[in-house]
Design a protein around this ligand. Structure first.
Ligand code: CUA
Length: 380
């Protein structure tokens, strides 16, 4: 087929339209161009002017290239090479100095914003440790004594100072049972070196509330976020970290200050095994005994007691399940806790749902799964 000029233009127009159209989404939940808090706004206020400066330079430079290429293109009857110009000193100086001035101009607000976003926390800031696991986020509230997977709950109108670090999974049988319940700086020498050694780099990104921050093994990084209004804001790991990188999501739930206090008080209550009957009681026993060592090898439920009333401590290597039923999401926030079918699929074969999941397929029976779901439902 012969490509006419008209066909070529038509094809280009369709491609251009398609490129523009993929940017359209009616309810884009991770929209960094729609800041919902002070720190996201600071990044946005830097991004917008820098973008327009860059856009103007792009149009000017590319436009001039296209104009000159068109204007002085080869035409029939023009067999001679036009006069060649080299070393125009004034031009050379101009296009060296101009970009330097533009870059210096852009550097001023950039550096100011970097310093502004990196300042030390104040006493009134809420402090939360953020631990990047493969492949889920742990939110640790040292003051409040809370350990919440997948969901970062914050009060509105109060800066939240995050301390981020990456933790891994202990591969070695000889290592003491790790409890990565707090950020552990120090590289490969600390008591839980295996945990850090097995970890990978993540990047924490709640687009509507803040920029991104890398989460690096053996190092603690910091960032601020804040929400103006109550609501739910989605976030995502932004650095490739292995098989389920795309499934390493989280949600930020912003409450009014009163609702936040109520949430903290609720979360501080342990779960209770009192009064469990039928399927829920069988589920609690399945949680403790269905697999060698019990689900408590990786999961903790504060206040969990066995059939004889003895308290059972779990490990926080996996997500803490104390208030599972009152949470929105699980499994790296890709599944919803109120969805029985999702829970059933997950317990049946976790790696089939989330590639590479450290929770293996334990070959649980349909009955065990049903009982476990009934028990998890009691963990309000
Ligand atoms: Cu964690 Cu990508």
């Amino acid at each position: 087929m012969r490509l006419t000029r008209r066909n070529t233009l038509l094809a280009l127009a369709v491609v251009a339209l398609a490129v523009v159209a993929v940017a359209c989404a009616p309810n884009a939940s991770q929209d960094s161009l729609n800041p919902q808090g002070e720190f996201a706004r600071k990044s946005h206020d830097l991004f917008v002017p820098v973008f327009w400066v860059a856009a103007a330079i792009f149009v000017l430079v590319e436009g001039t290239i296209i104009l000159f290429a068109w204007r002085y293109r080869h035409r029939k009857g023009r067999d001679q090479i036009p006069p060649q110009i080299h070393g125009n000193t004034r031009l050379e100086i101009a296009w060296t100095i101009l970009p330097a001035i533009v870059l210096a101009g852009v550097a001023v607000p950039t550096v100011t914003t970097i310093f502004d976003l990196a300042r030390e926390p104040e006493a009134t800031n809420l402090q939360v440790n953020v631990l990047g696991h493969q492949w889920w986020w742990e939110f640790n509230y040292p003051e409040e004594g809370l350990n919440v997977p997948n969901e970062l709950h914050i009060p509105t109108g109060r800066p939240v100072y995050l301390t981020l670090c990456a933790v891994g999974f202990a591969y070695s049988e000889d290592e003491p049972a790790p409890s990565p319940s707090e950020c552990q700086p120090g590289g490969g020498e600390g008591p839980n070196a295996a945990i850090l050694g097995a970890s990978v780099i993540h990047s924490f990104w709640p687009p509507e509330l803040a920029g991104t921050q890398d989460v690096v093994p053996g190092q603690t990084n910091h960032m601020y976020l804040e929400a103006d209004r109550p609501g739910t804001y989605e976030g995502q790991c932004k650095e490739f970290c292995g098989l389920s990188h795309a499934y390493m999501k989280f949600t930020v739930v912003a409450h009014t200050p009163e609702d936040y206090e109520a949430w903290v008080a609720e979360q501080q209550q342990p779960a209770t095994s009192d009064g469990l009957t039928g399927s829920a009681e069988a589920g609690r026993d399945a949680f403790l005994n269905s697999i060698p060592g019990g689900c408590t090898q990786c999961h903790a439920i504060d206040g969990l007691t066995d059939a004889s009333g003895e308290e059972v401590l779990g490990s926080n290597e996996g997500p803490n399940l104390t208030h599972f039923a009152s949470r929105e999401c699980f499994a790296g926030c890709i599944l919803f806790t109120d969805d029985d079918e999702a829970l059933r699929r997950w317990l049946d074969d976790p790696p089939a749902v989330k590639s590479g999941s450290w929770m293996p397929d334990y070959d649980l029976s349909e009955q065990q799964i049903a009982d476990l779901i009934a028990y998890l439902r009691t963990l309000e």
